[in-house]
Design a binder for this molecule. Structure first.
Ligand SMILES: [Zn+2]
Length: 182
């Protein structure tokens, strides 16, 4: 079975199709790059107003990190289009797999944020071979979502001791006992 078939099953994007995939050396590890391209005839969506608009130009391809597969880091590779929107002017398109300038896919950010409820952020980063910052940003996204939806649960408390760790503090705060659900 092709990786493409798996992705079409778990993560289908309207208006876009998966292309070829290939190995890439990144530092000491080998990662998987998977191309995404617009479906033929699909019009880009303006990130300003959320409506479809005529294409303006295409920017260089960039990578969006997706959930690792069997311990292999996975990246979507896509050249963002810009639109010439009659309402907003020239804007970059909105894509369904990531928000704004985020280089993590939304799916992967949620995946990390969920794990960050069970493990420390450092442990999540190590377990999925991603940076502390990626975990931090994912939790921040989840918290923002939680604030907007008034469903904070315990996600904020867990991070308090982690922020201290990031700043390099030697600390013995009560945050750990408050934050961890262990
Ligand atoms: Zn617009």
């Amino acid at each position: 079975m092709l990786v493409k078939s798996i992705l079409n099953r778990v993560q289908r994007h309207r208006g876009f199709v998966y292309g070829s995939s290939r190995w890439r050396e990144q530092g000491k590890s080998t990662v998987l790059d998977i191309d995404i391209r617009p479906r033929d005839g699909s019009r880009p969506i303006c990130s300003g107003c959320g409506r479809s608009a005529p294409g303006y130009d295409t920017m260089p391809a960039r990578r969006f990190e997706f959930i690792p597969l069997w311990g292999i880091a996975v990246f979507f590779v896509y050249a963002m289009r810009r639109v010439d929107c009659p309402r907003c002017g020239v804007k970059v398109e909105k894509v369904p797999w990531a928000e704004g300038k985020n280089h993590l896919t939304t799916t992967y950010a949620w995946f990390l944020a969920r794990w960050a409820r069970r493990l420390s952020w450092k442990e999540v980063g190590e377990a999925f071979q991603t940076s502390w910052d990626n975990v931090f940003r994912s939790v921040k996204m989840a918290v923002a979502w939680g604030l907007a939806h008034r469903d904070l649960e315990s996600v904020t408390a867990i991070g308090i001791d982690e922020i201290a760790w990031k700043k390099g503090h030697k600390y013995a705060s009560s945050a750990e006992s408050v934050g961890r659900e262990q």
